[in-house]
Ligand binder design. Sequence first.
Ligand SMILES: [Zn+2]
Length: 207
Amino acid sequence: MTDMSIIALADEARLILQSAFRKDDACNGMIVLPGRWDADRGLVDLFIAGVPDGRSVHPKGAWMPRREDVVELVRRVINSRSRRWDHARLRPHTVREDWWSPIRSEFDFIQSGPEFASGWIDLIIGMSGWLAEHYDGHWSTSQLKEKFGGLRFYHNAGDQPTNEIVTVGEWLSEFICEECGSPGRLRKRRGWYRTVCDHHAAEGGFE
Ligand SMILES: [Zn+2]
């Protein structure tokens, strides 16, 4: 029962990472292989190799994340997704109407939002679980929203690990469908930007 689910989730991880590293030749040899299903924790031990440590380099000098951070966050996002997984339909169960309440209850620093669609639920959970490991109790979010198709995670933390994780998460949001959480990319329609998968691009009339 879980074999097809493991393969489907590993495919999603691979597609997100391929988009994220598409301009990074150092990652051309990347391999993503299925992990295993843990009854309590969902999909764990995704095998991801061929991604060297260090920052990707942007041709025009823009900020780029550390590749190992991108891999770490994708692992966390896919693990969160696996915990909501419907084995029969090979996709997550539909989110509840009040999907934000459990997130707000679990993470003290989440004090706002969401001003975006629920497809980013696993991105937020993945980021927040990681942020919680560094949390000093002295910061919180002021606004969580979508802007120009990407996530904006505004907060008042001053420490480096928090800032790095937040920036990686915002960056990765441009490869995850805001509607459903499937692999996606940033698209444009008459000056309006959204990050969506192929299905939701067609539905929304995006290029
Ligand atoms: Zn979608």
